[in-house]
Write a protein that binds this ligand. Structure first.
Ligand SMILES: *[C@@H]1O[C@H](CO)[C@@H](O)[C@H](O)[C@H]1NC(C)=O
Ligand SMILES: *[C@@H]1O[C@H](CO)[C@@H](O)[C@H](O)[C@H]1NC(C)=O
Ligand SMILES: *[C@@H]1O[C@H](CO)[C@@H](O)[C@H](O)[C@H]1NC(C)=O
Ligand SMILES: *[C@@H]1O[C@H](CO)[C@@H](O)[C@H](O)[C@H]1NC(C)=O
Ligand SMILES: *[C@@H]1O[C@H](CO)[C@@H](O)[C@H](O)[C@H]1NC(C)=O
Ligand SMILES: *[C@@H]1O[C@H](CO)[C@@H](O)[C@H](O)[C@H]1NC(C)=O
Ligand SMILES: *[C@@H]1O[C@H](CO)[C@@H](O)[C@H](O)[C@H]1NC(C)=O
Ligand SMILES: *[C@@H]1O[C@H](CO)[C@@H](O)[C@H](O)[C@H]1NC(C)=O
Length: 409
C-alpha cells in the first residue's frame, strides 16, 4: 500500500519532468540515466506526437534521448517538430531485427515511419540522429541487406513535408527513405556513416525514394557506404542540388526494374551542382531488365575527384541477365558541365539494351581527365542517334561491363 502510494506519487513527477503539455505545444526533455540503467525516452516522445501531432508543436529539448522502440507515427496533420538534442537508437539489435516496421520495398524496414500532411521537422543544425551503426556494421559482417536492419527515418504516405537541419552519424542502414509521398523538401542535412572496423557499412544510403513525386533536396553532405542520392521506381519530379558526396555512389537512378511484372517509372529528375569526392560513380543509371522507363534526367554542374567510374549506364546491374533484351527504355538524359578526374582510364561506360536502345542522350561540356594523366575512354553501345549525342565515343561498351572497376579498362 505504502509502496504503491510512493510510486503513484513519483510517476506523475517523472512524467511531468519528461513531457510538458502547454496548450498545443508538447515539450519533451530527456530522462536521466539512473544507476547505470539506460532510460527509454520513446514513450514520452510518442505521447507528445500523439497529443500535439495535429495543429500542434512538439519540441525535443537539448540533451540525449534514448530511443528504445520503433516509432510508427502516421497521422500527423499540420505539425512542427523541433529537435534540439540527440536521438540515439538503442543497441538492442535483436529487438530491432524483430520489431522494425515494414516499408514493403524489397523487404526493407525502418525504425521510424512518419506520415500525414503538413509536417515540418527541424533540427536547426543541432539535432543529431545517432544510429549506433557500428554495432550493425560489425554484426552484419559485410553481408548484403539484412532483413530487419532498420532505415533511420522513413517518410511514408506523407504529403507536404519539410525535413531540415539534421545531422546523422553512424546510421543503422539507409539514412532516409521516401515512399508513397509527395511534395517533400529535405534540406541542410549532414550524414556520415563510416565503419571503423574491418566490416564495411553496406548500404547506408543517404536517401532512396520510391513511388513518390515532387521531391526537393538541397545542401546535403553525405559520406555513406553505398549511394548518396538514389531515385528508385516511380520517382518523378525530383530536383536535388548542392550535394557533396564522399566515398559513395554520388547521383544515382536505380536500381529499378527488378520485378518484370511491375513496371518502374522514373522521370523528370534534375541533379544540379554535385561534388563527388573519391566516389565509386558520379552520375549513373542502373536498371535490371524489367519494365518501365527512365526518362528526362539531367546531371548538371558536377565536379569530382578520383571517381572509380564517373559516368555509367547499365540495363543489367550486378551482372543480372537481359543486358540486350531489356525493354526498360532509358531516354532523354543529359550530362552538362561535368568536370573531374577518374581513378582509371574510363570516363564513361554506357551500355544500353539492344532491344530498347537509349535515345536522346546528350553530353555538353563533359571534361573528364584521368587523375594520373592517362587518356580516357568513352565506351558506348546501343545509343540511338549517337552522332548527335555529343558523346565522344572511343569504342563499344561490353554488356558485362562492371559497375566498379579495379583497374584500367
Ligand atoms: C511547461 O511549459 C510552460 C511553457 O513553456 C512553462 O511555463 C512551464 O513552467 C512548464 N512546466 C513545467 C512543469 O516544466
Ligand atoms: C509543399 O510543402 C511545403 C512544406 O515543405 C509547403 O510549404 C507547401 O505549401 C507545399 N506545397 C503545396 C502545393 O502544397
Ligand atoms: C566521416 O567520418 C569519418 C570517421 O569519423 C571521418 O574520417 C571523415 O572525415 C568524415 N567525413 C566527412 C566528410 O566529414
Ligand atoms: C543552401 O545553401 C546555399 C548556399 O550554399 C544557400 O544560399 C541556400 O539558401 C541554402 N538552401 C537552403 C534551403 O537552406
Ligand atoms: C554548390 O554546392 C556547394 C555545396 O556543395 C555550395 O557551397 C555552392 O554554393 C553551390 N553553388 C551554387 C551555385 O549554388
Ligand atoms: C509504379 O507505378 C505503376 C503505375 O502506376 C504501377 O503499376 C507499378 O506497380 C508501380 N511500381 C511499383 C514498384 O510500385
Ligand atoms: C523534364 O524535367 C524537367 C525537370 O527536371 C521539367 O522541368 C521538364 O518539364 C521535363 N520535361 C518534360 C518533357 O516532361
Ligand atoms: C553550364 O556552365 C555554364 C558556365 O558556367 C553556365 O552558364 C550554364 O548555365 C551551365 N549549364 C547548366 C545547365 O547549368
Amino acid at each position: 500500500m505504502k509502496a504503491l502510494a510512493i510510486l503513484a506519487g513519483l510517476l506523475p513527477a517523472l512524467a511531468r519532468a519528461a513531457l510538458n503539455v502547454t496548450g498545443s505545444t508538447c515539450t519533451v526533455t530527456p530522462l536521466p540515466s539512473t544507476g547505470g540503467q539506460e532510460p527509454d525516452d520513446t514513450p514520452q516522445i510518442l505521447q507528445a506526437f500523439k497529443q500535439c501531432g495535429t495543429n500542434g508543436k512538439i519540441v525535443l529539448e537539448e540533451g540525449l534521448f534514448h530511443i528504445g522502440q520503433v516509432m510508427d507515427t502516421l497521422s500527423f496533420n499540420n505539425v512542427d517538430i523541433e529537435i534540439h538534442g540527440t536521438m540515439r537508437w538503442s543497441s538492442n539489435i535483436q529487438y530491432w531485427l524483430r520489431s522494425s516496421l515494414p516499408v514493403t520495398y524489397a523487404g526493407r524496414s525502418t525504425a521510424w515511419r512518419v506520415g500525414g500532411t503538413d509536417i515540418r521537422i527541424r533540427g536547426f543544425g543541432k539535432a543529431l540522429f545517432d544510429g549506433q551503426g557500428q554495432l550493425w556494421y560489425d554484426q552484419n559482417r559485410g553481408q548484403s541487406n539484412q532483413n530487419g536492419r532498420p532505415i533511420s527515418l522513413t517518410l511514408w504516405h506523407a504529403k507536404n513535408v519539410l525535413v531540415d537541419g539534421i545531422t546523422w552519424r553512424q546510421s543503422q542502414f539507409w539514412h532516409t527513405f521516401v515512399a508513397y509521398s509527395e511534395n517533400i523538401t529535405m534540406t541542410n542535412l549532414d550524414m556520415n556513416a563510416t565503419s571503423n572496423s574491418q566490416w564495411s557499412t553496406v548500404n547506408t544510403d543517404g536517401i532512396d525514394t520510391w513511388n513518390s513525386n515532387n521531391i526537393f533536396l538541397q545542401n546535403w553532405t553525405v559520406t555513406c557506404g553505398d549511394d548518396c542520392i538514389s531515385m528508385k521506381g516511380n520517382s518523378t519530379n525530383v530536383y536535388a542540388s548542392n550535394v557533396h558526396c564522399y566515398e559513395s555512389g554520388c547521383a544515382v537512378i536505380g536500381s529499378i526494374g527488378s520485378n518484370a511484372g511491375q513496371p518502374d517509372y522514373v522521370s523528370n529528375v534534375y541533379y544540379d551542382n554535385f561534388t563527388c569526392t573519391h566516389s565509386s560513380n558520379a552520375a549513373w543509371i542502373k536498371t535490371y531488365s524489367g519494365s518501365g522507363y527512365v526518362r528526362n534526367v539531367t546531371f548538371a554542374n558536377f565536379n569530382f575527384a578520383d571517381v572509380n567510374q564517373p559516368i555509367y549506364v547499365t540495363p543489367c546491374i550486378y551482372g543480372s541477365s537481359g543486358c540486350d533484351s531489356s525493354r526498360l527504355k532509358i531516354s532523354d538524359v543529359r550530362w552538362i558541365n561535368i568536370t573531374g578526374t577518374s581513378r582509371y582510364n574510363i570516363a564513361s561506360a554506357i551500355h544500353c539494351s539492344g532491344a530498347a536502345p537509349c535515345d536522346g542522350f546528350h553530353f555538353e561540356n563533359v571534361n573528364i581527365k584521368n587523375k594520373d594523366g592517362k587518356s580516357t575512354k568513352y565506351l558506348c553501345s546501343n545509343i540511338a542517334n549517337q552522332g548527335q549525342s555529343g558523346i565522344p565515343c572511343t569504342g563499344t561498351c561490353p554488356a558485362s561491363w562492371p559497375q566498379q572497376l579495379s583497374g584500367d579498362g
